[in-house]
Design a protein around this ligand. Structure first.
Ligand SMILES: Cc1ncc(COP(=O)(O)O)c(C=O)c1O
Length: 396
């Protein structure tokens, strides 16, 4: 049985809290802004240099971060169940770090076809230029055995997937990767660590855009890469160092602040989103399909129940017999939902999913336009009222 203080929600509230000094301590971790680190002596500097060269995350310079960064790494480590966490200036830079650190010319990578779009649009061209080849697999087809090559070094997945929330069988993918000595990395931005823990399910690396739910207030760009494999941690850290990836102390402090309230925010996002998803299901003359794994009708529901501890505020839906122009007019007619490409903040957002992204994602072959909602912390009655008036205004 877990002892007091052992449960995840408790640990993320307290991880990295400052120790007492002279009997007192602030509740929050101080924001340690610095470029320059001073050393008590040359001997101390030499010893720290030696430890850093051996792979320890000690700070010799502002780029390495200081107390605020160490506290944030500790908190993300709790969320992901990871021994090592590397911070990056955005979610995309965290993803790129994984690819650049682990792949060399001649290597091959297998990427799930529903991943965050810029993996295909930005990371693939960069890595292709460096001699890495890419194949995309459909998670609906099970493990990608037919696409595996002798040069395959990495499988990269995201569960649930972007826009359509296809839940994948990560433990099965992890077993397949292990059997073939291939590394498995997973984007865990949707699950944020509290709802999903890819490392516990067998992945070697978890990536998060902490920009989203960890930040939680739409005022932060940041990413994190987590692992519990010391050898991988060393490889990632060396590349992180070479790229000079650095996160400001103010940003680290904002992410820590967000983490302290993550559990209550996510629970409310999940409750509100479920109400909105149920409402959308009831609008069957206008809505062809609702994508939300917490709905019992969602094809990923059983896997979601098995592997996840909850759902977040992302809900997508396909509009029945509507043109793309009507979908845009629907989004324009929303008053409470802002139009925005991000998610994870306290506010509700909507956009029309890019058709090109949907075409690349084999999970769903419908041709209807898809609207993605991020359901925020407003009262769901008001959110549903806003959706209802937009349907009336545009489609009915
Ligand atoms: C699933 C997922 N991963 C990664 C990212 C990239 O994060 P960032 O915008 O911080 O670069 C995003 C951004 O939307 C995302 O949705």
């Amino acid at each position: 049985m877990a002892s007091p203080g052992d449960r995840l929600h408790t640990r993320v509230v307290h991880a990295g809290s400052p120790p007492f000094e002279d009997g007192v301590a602030p509740v929050n971790v101080p924001v340690v802004r610095t470029s320059t680190v001073r050393f008590a002596s040359e001997a101390v500097r030499a010893s720290l240099h030696h430890r850093r060269e051996a792979g320890e995350p000690v700070s010799m310079y502002g780029r390495h971060g200081m107390a605020t960064h160490r506290a944030l790494e500790a908190a993300i480590g709790e969320l992901e169940g990871a021994s090592d966490v590397l911070l990056a200036p955005s979610g995309l830079s965290a993803i790129s770090l994984v690819f650049i650190a682990l792949l060399s010319p001649g290597d091959h990578v297998l990427v799930q076809d529903g991943v965050y779009g810029p993996v295909r649009e930005r990371v693939e061209p960069l890595l292709t230029r460096l001699g890495v080849s890419f194949s995309y697999f459909s998670a609906s087809d099970g493990v990608p055995a037919a696409l595996l090559r002798a040069e395959t070094r990495l499988i990269y997945a995201e569960s649930p997937s972007s826009f359509l929330y296809e839940v994948i069988d990560l433990p099965a993918l992890a077993a397949f990767a292990r059997e073939h000595s291939v590394l498995l990395a997973a984007d865990n931005t949707w699950g944020a660590g509290l709802l999903y823990q890819p490392l516990a399910l067998g992945a070697d690396i978890a990536v998060q855009a902490t920009t989203k739910y960890l930040g939680g207030h739409s005022d932060l760009m940041q990413g994190a890469v987590s692992t519990s494999n010391p050898q991988l941690a060393r490889t990632l850290r060396d590349t992180h160092d070479a790229l000079g990836l650095s996160v400001g102390a103010d940003g680290a402090s904002l992410a820590l602040r967000g983490i302290r309230t993550l559990a209550v925010r996510l629970a409310q996002h999940g409750r509100n989103a479920l109400e909105v998803a149920r409402y959308l299901q009831s609008e069957c003359s206008a809505v062809a399909r609702v994508f939300y794994p917490a709905l019992p009708e969602d094809p990923g529901h059983a896997l979601w129940r098995r592997d996840f501890k909850g759902a977040n505020g992302l809900v997508s839906f396909a509009l029945r017999q509507a043109s793309r122009e009507q979908a845009s007019a629907f989004v324009d007619a929303l008053r409470l939902f802002g139009i925005g490409a991000s998610w994870g903040g306290y506010e509700s957002l909507a956009l029309v999913a890019p058709q090109s992204r949907l075409r690349e994602h084999s999970y769903w072959r419908g041709s209807e336009p898809v609207v993605r909602l991020h359901v925020g912390l407003e009262d769901p009655v008001d959110l549903i009222g806003d959706l209802r008036q937009a349907f009336r205004h545009v489609l009915q």
